[in-house]
Design a protein. Structure first.
Ligand SMILES: [Zn+2]
Length: 58
């Protein structure tokens, strides 16, 4: 089990990665993640776009 946290693109609150899935795109398979933040926003984004928003030590 893993609790994967990042930041909400909208309100910058901590957001949980609910699931990840690989989706086909024109450039090939891209891993996407579904986020849900503390305020109820949710997003489906490419995982690569989360890299610079990683909610890690600080
Ligand atoms: Zn939010």
């Amino acid at each position: 089990m893993s609790l994967d946290l990042t930041r909400c693109p909208d309100c910058d609150a901590p957001a949980e990665v609910e699931w990840r899935a690989v989706m086909e795109s024109t450039d090939g398979p891209v891993e996407h993640a579904r986020l849900r933040c503390l305020h109820g926003h949710w997003y489906l984004l490419p995982v690569a776009s989360l890299a610079d928003r990683a909610y890690l030590e600080r």
